[in-house]
Design a protein around this ligand. Structure first.
Ligand SMILES: *Cc1c(COP(=O)(O)O)cnc(C)c1O
Length: 418
C-alpha cells in the first residue's frame, strides 16, 4: 500500500498532483510520501509487538535527513554502515542506543566516532576488525559492545549481487570461525558481547530462508550458552522484499509471525534491519520525456533521468514500473526507456510496453524510494536531482537540486597549471 494514486487520470502523491510539483522543482526529481513511510514503519513495527524487539532502519536504503527524522519520530533505530551514516542518523535525532553498526570495512576513525556516540552494538564481520575495535576501545578507556555477524550459509534465492549470507560472500564469519571469535571476545577486557547478528540478503520474496537462518542462529546461540557466553540481542538483519512488478513477497505480519514462532521461548530482544520494505514503495522518480527515436531494430524513449539518477536497472537489471503521470488514450509501443548518459547500460526499462508519451510529458518510475537517490552520482557531470517529501497537501524540497558550482566544489587547479 502506498499513497501514489491516480485521480481522474492524473497521478497524485497523497493530496498533491505530481504535475504541480514538477512545475515547481523541474525534472527529474525524487518524490517521497510521508504517510507511506509512516504507515510502512508502523505496520512493520506492530507486527513484532508481541515480543521484545527493536527496528533499526537500514539507513543505506534512503538516508535523506527528513526520511530519517520521520522514522526516528516513529521510534525507529538505525542500522548504519559508515561514519557518514552515523553522522546522519545522529543529526536526524535517532538515539545512539538504538544504532547498530554493520559493514565489513569499518575504519578506526569510524569505530572511535561510534564508541564516543555510545551506539548499541557493532556487528563485527572479521577477526581483524574485532582486534582493531578492541584496540580502539582500549585507547578510549571503554568497552565496545559487539555482536558477531554469522554467515548462516542460507540461499536467499534473490539476485546474486544482493545475496550476502552464502559461504562465498564477503560478509560475516562462518559458524566455526564465529564461535572462535566469541571465545576470543569473551577473554577481551575491551569487548562486551551483547548479541549475534546475521543478514542473508535483500529483496527476499519467501519466508523460508529467514526462518532457516533464524533456526541456524538459534542453534548457534545454544552452542554459545554451553560455553557460558550469553547474548541479549539477536539481530536478524533486513532483506524483506517488496512488489516492483509481479513479485508476491510476504506481508510484514506473516514474516513476523513466522519468526516469532521460530524464536519460541528464546529470551532475547529481536533486532531487525529493514530497509527496502520501509522506503521502497514510499518513493518515485519523476522524469520528463525528451525524445522518441526509432532505429531499424528498436524504439527508444529518451528521458531526462539516467543511470546516474537511478542505478538499479543498469546495476541489477532491476524492474521498475513506469507510468505516465497524466493518463491519456495512446497507442502502445514496445520501447527501451533510456537516459542521457553515454553508456549502453543507461536504461530505466528495456523492451517495455508503454502507452507512448510525447516529448515534454512526465513519467513516474515507481518503487524508487529505496536504493534510488542514495546510489546516484554525478557521472557525466550531471547535477543530482532534488528530493521532495509530500505530507498531506503540502510538499517540501528536502534536498535541493545540485547546481554546476556544486559539481566542481572541492576541485582545485594546482599552481603549476596556472
Ligand atoms: C542492506 C542491509 C540491510 C537492509 O536490507 P534491505 O534489503 O533493504 O532490507 C540490512 N542489514 C544490512 C547489514 C545490510 O547490509
Amino acid at each position: 500500500m502506498h499513497h501514489f494514486q491516480f485521480r481522474n487520470g492524473e497521478l497524485y502523491a497523497e493530496e498533491v498532483p505530481v504535475r504541480k510539483i514538477a512545475r515547481r522543482v523541474g525534472t527529474p526529481f525524487y518524490l517521497y510520501s510521508a504517510a507511506t513511510l509512516k504507515r510502512h514503519f508502523q505496520v512493520f513495527d506492530q507486527a513484532f509487538a508481541s515480543i521484545p524487539h527493536l527496528v533499526c532502519y537500514s539507513v543505506k536504503a534512503n538516508s535523506n535527513l527528513a526520511v530519517l527524522r520521520l522514522l526516528a519520530k516513529e521510534g525507529a533505530g538505525a542500522d548504519i554502515v559508515s561514519g557518514g551514516e552515523l553522522y546522519r542518523a545522529l543529526k536526524a535525532g535517532i538515539p545512539p542506543q538504538k544504532i547498530v553498526f554493520s559493514g565489513v570495512g569499518k575504519t578506526a576513525r569510524e569505530m572511535r566516532e561510534a564508541l564516543r556516540a555510545g551506539i548499541l552494538m557493532f556487528n563485527v564481520e572479521s577477526l581483524g576488525e574485532m582486534k582493531l575495535l578492541s584496540r580502539v576501545a582500549k585507547r578510549l578507556g571503554t568497552k565496545a559492545p559487539i555482536a558477531i555477524r554469522v554467515n548462516p550459509d542460507v540461499d536467499p534465492k534473490t539476485h546474486p549481487y544482493i545475496s550476502t549470507g552464502l559461504k562465498k560472500n564477503k560478509f560475516g564469519l562462518d559458524v566455526e570461525t564465529a564461535l572462535e571469535a566469541y571465545r576470543l571476545a569473551q577473554e577481551d577486557p575491551h569487548l562486551e558481547i551483547v548479541g549475534v547478528d546475521c543478514h542473508i540478503g535483500s529483496q527476499l520474496t519467501q519466508i523460508s530462508p529467514f526462518v532457516e537462518a533464524l533456526r541456524r542462529i538459534k542453534d548457534f546461540i545454544r552452542r554459545l550458552e554451553k560455553e557460558n557466553i550469553r547474548v541479549r540481542y539477536l539481530d536478524l538483519g533486513g532483506g524483506l522484499g517488496i512488489v516492483y512488478g509481479d513479485e508476491a513477497p510476504p506481508p510484514p505480519k506473516e514474516y513476523a509471525s513466522a519468526l516469532i514462532k521460530e524464536l519460541g521461548d528464546l529470551e532475547i530482544t529481536l533486532v531487525l534491519e529493514p530497509g527496502r520494505v520501509l522506503v521502497g514503495n514510499a518513493g518515485i522518480l519523476v522524469t520528463k520525456v525528451l525524445y522518441y527515436k526509432e532505429t531499424p531494430t528498436k524504439k527508444f524513449l529518451i528521458v531526462d533521468a539516467g543511470m546516474n539518477d537511478l542505478l538499479r536497472p543498469a546495476f541489477y537489471q532491476a524492474y521498475h514500473e513506469i507510468v505516465p503521470v497524466i493518463q491519456k488514450e495512446r497507442p502502445e509501443e514496445v520501447v527501451d526507456v533510456v537516459g542521457p548518459i553515454c553508456e549502453t547500460g543507461d536504461f530505466l526499462a528495456q523492451e517495455r510496453r508503454l502507452p507512448l508519451p510525447k516529448p515534454g510529458e512526465l513519467l513516474a518510475v515507481m518503487s524508487a524510494g529505496a536504493y534510488g537517490f542514495v546510489m546516484s552520482s554525478n557521472y557525466n557531470s550531471r547535477p543530482r536531482p532534488p528530493e521532495v517529501l509530500v505530507h498531506g497537501d503540502e510538499f517540501y524540497v528536502v534536498r535541493k537540486r545540485e547546481n554546476y558550482a556544486r559539481l566542481i566544489a572541492g576541485e582545485r587547479i594546482p599552481d603549476f597549471l596556472r
